[in-house]
Design a protein around this ligand. Structure first.
Ligand SMILES: Nc1nc2c(ncn2[C@@H]2O[C@H](COP(=O)(O)OP(=O)(O)OP(=O)(O)O)[C@@H](O)[C@H]2O)c(=O)[nH]1
Ligand SMILES: [Mg+2]
Length: 366
């Protein structure tokens, strides 16, 4: 899973990146460069720990998340109604992400001119995204309309369907609405291949300074949440990224103490991973044996065949059946033999819909 962090200059992207990845060795030179920073984070999963105790495998492999700190947006002068700009290279990078994390500044600083207004910043960037999507659509429509005369008969039907969809999408943008509110932008293969920015799964994160109270934070978060409440594919949350970046540098024991002092249960890092899974509608299934105990991520609603394919195409090709036991049932039973005796191990076929927490053993034949 690749998540790209972006936002206006100096909104706290790199601080957020550090909070999420625990990276601390970011010197000034690296920070100011326009190269993205990439951090891979292993997702803590208590289930893997329990399974590892049981199977004593050679290897334990958790699911990982890749965070990308994407500099690149430049800011126009607000007073002049200036536009922020999303350069092409930056757009290409954003399009290759599974989801975007939109970082919003909610701290004031002597070095940054304007006072922070997260909601206003959100609207500004969203507007740029709409314009970027609009320009793609207009170019494509232009091309398609020219091509229509030259196309072979069979290809014409496809082009007409695409044209129609693009025109409807353009209408939505012309009304100032993001494409995530246009269902075909999420469901149609044709439109999805454009990777429209305003339809991309988005996690909007308000980065609050320590001087802000929880009440102030709740208020701006609510404004944002009210604004997006009827939209799919977007979730808003808030955090104190500076604090969280400190926590991320501590040992697990120290972090626990620090969190207890702040009277919060878990770090934002864990919460944000969970939110990202929800946003992307991902679930985890598990495989366990003496060689390896491993967590795998797949889309919610995936069949056993797709799960098999996530491991290896050979397993999918030679699929015979899946032996499935729900993790909690296995844990209660204490061993595979007992789980089997209690009839908790089921034999499932290719079409079985995998659930979060299923432990699966694939039987296959190659
Ligand atoms: N007061 C305060 N300052 C913060 C906070 N978060 C980040 N900063 C400061 O704001 C400045 C910018 O933070 P960065 O995390 O580097 O922001 P950025 O978005 O990565 O900046 P660019 O990559 O240069 O666009 C730094 O000096 C941070 O120390 C915060 O919560 N409160
Ligand atoms: Mg930065």
């Amino acid at each position: 899973m690749k998540l790209g962090i972006f936002g206006l200059p100096k909104c706290g992207k790199t601080t957020l990146f550090r909070a999420l990845t625990g990276h601390s060795d970011l010197d000034g030179a690296k920070r100011s460069s326009h190269e993205p920073l990439v951090g891979v984070v292993k997702i803590d999963d208590e289930r893997l720990t329990v399974l590892a105790q049981h199977f004593k495998p050679k290897k334990v492999t958790p699911v990982t998340v890749e965070y990308w700190d994407l500099p690149g947006i430049t800011d126009g002068n607000l007073e002049d109604g200036g536009r922020c700009s999303l350069p092409d290279g930056f757009l290409a990078q954003i399009r290759s992400m599974d989801a975007i994390i939109h970082c919003l500044r909610f701290f004031d600083s002597d070095f940054i001119g304007s006072p922070s207004d997260p909601f206003k910043d959100f609207l500004r960037i969203e507007e740029e995204m709409l314009l970027s999507d609009l320009s793609i659509i207009e170019k494509r429509l232009d091309r398609l309309e020219k091509d229509l005369q030259k196309l072979r008969k069979e290809a014409i039907k496809d082009a007409v369907v695409e044209c129609e969809l693009l025109k409807q999408a353009k209408d939505i943008l012309d009304q100032g609405k993001p494409l995530r509110t246009f269902p075909p932008a999420l469901s149609s293969e044709k439109l999805r291949s454009y990777a429209f920015l305003s339809a991309k799964p988005s996690l909007v994160l308000i980065n609050a300074g320590q001087e802000k109270s929880h009440e102030q934070l709740a208020r701006v978060l609510k404004t944002l949440q009210d604004h997006i409440k009827d939209q799919p594919n977007i979730i808003a949350d808030a955090l104190f990224a500076d604090n969280e970046a400190e926590i991320a540098r501590l040992s697990p024991e120290e972090a626990k103490e620090f969190l207890a002092d702040l009277k919060v249960e878990s770090s934002a890092k864990q919460r944000i991973v969970k939110t990202s899974f929800d946003l992307l509608q991902l679930i985890v299934f598990l495989t366990a044996g003496e060689k390896e105990v491993r967590a795998w991520q797949i889309k919610k609603g995936s069949t056993a065949l797709i799960a098999a394919e996530a491991i290896h195409t050979d397993i999918a090709r030679g699929f015979i059946r899946a032996e499935v036991v729900y993790y909690e049932d296995f844990k209660k039973a204490g061993s595979m033999q007992i789980a089997q005796k209690e009839a908790k191990v089921r034999l499932e076929g290719k079409e079985y819909i995998v659930k979060d927490g299923d432990m699966i053993l694939f039987r296959f034949n190659v």
